[in-house]
Ligand binder design. Structure first.
Ligand code: FE
Length: 242
């Protein structure tokens, strides 16, 4: 294992040593039978990760299987889990109360384990108040309910503008918050993570929980968007079928 702290070391070695070129400029090294002495096919961070994995295995701290399972658990966490919780809250007023009272216990009822989050808080968007979530420090996010945060959530512009100019930040993300509504920005931390219950769209009276579930987007659960209206849902579905 090569070790160096110089990122340029790997940059300068990446793709180096390829002695032949093709007319179209593409690298065909994986398409023909030519053996090439490629020594550094990994970028800087991949090499660091490989080194870390090697050390953890050598020291007997983690096995390959444990790492595989951990990665699978990460990929199994998606916003679909949060959508289930919100759909239940929209459909069952007693569950909604329990969710607002103690979000972790309410998620437990649905078999959703949020124990990796110290304190989980559900907040409800209404016609008067609109909550949106940011982590000003880094990227704290309710992963057991929403999966991994999107790149913009972790970006410096969002983390600063969400606080300084929340309406502007929402506009940048393509969402216009309702006129006159009170915007409340909540700062997610290592200790406390938030799930937003979006406003239930008009025209969904009498809808089943399963049908409501389809309207609940990731962004609406971060508070940077609304749930889909029935019309938006139909238009999306039509576009998918086309
Ligand atoms: Fe954070």
């Amino acid at each position: 294992m090569v070790t160096t702290n110089d990122p340029n070391y790997y940059q300068s070695h990446k793709g180096g040593g390829n002695g032949h070129s093709h007319d179209n400029g593409h690298d065909h090294s994986h398409e023909d039978d030519t053996v090439e002495r490629v020594e550094h096919d990994l970028d800087y961070f991949q090499v660091r990760v490989m080194a870390l994995i090697t050390i953890l295995k050598e020291k007997g701290i983690l096995t390959t299987d444990e790492m595989r399972r951990a990665v699978e658990d990460i990929y199994a966490q998606t916003p679909a889990i949060g959508s289930r919780v919100v759909a239940k809250a929209w459909s069952d007023p007693a569950f909604r109360e329990r969710l607002l009272e103690n979000a972790a216990a309410a998620c437990d009822e649905l078999g959703i384990d949020t124990s990796s989050v110290n304190h989980l808080v559900a907040l409800e968007n209404t016609d008067e108040v609109h909550y949106m979530v940011v982590c000003t420090l880094c990227s704290c996010y309710p992963r057991p309910l929403l999966g991994s945060p999107p790149t913009w959530y972790k970006s410096f512009p969002y983390r600063s503008k969400a606080v300084a100019d929340p309406r502007g930040a929402l506009h940048d993300l393509g969402y216009e918050a309702p006129e006159g509504i009170e915007l409340r920005v909540v700062d997610s931390t290592a200790d406390c993570r938030y799930l937003i219950i979006p406003r239930r769209p008009k025209g969904t009276e009498g809808w089943s929980e399963e049908k409501l579930y389809n309207l609940i987007t990731r962004d609406s659960m971060i508070g940077v968007g609304d749930a889909l209206t029935p019309d938006e849902f139909e238009a999306n579905r039509a576009a998918l079928v086309e």
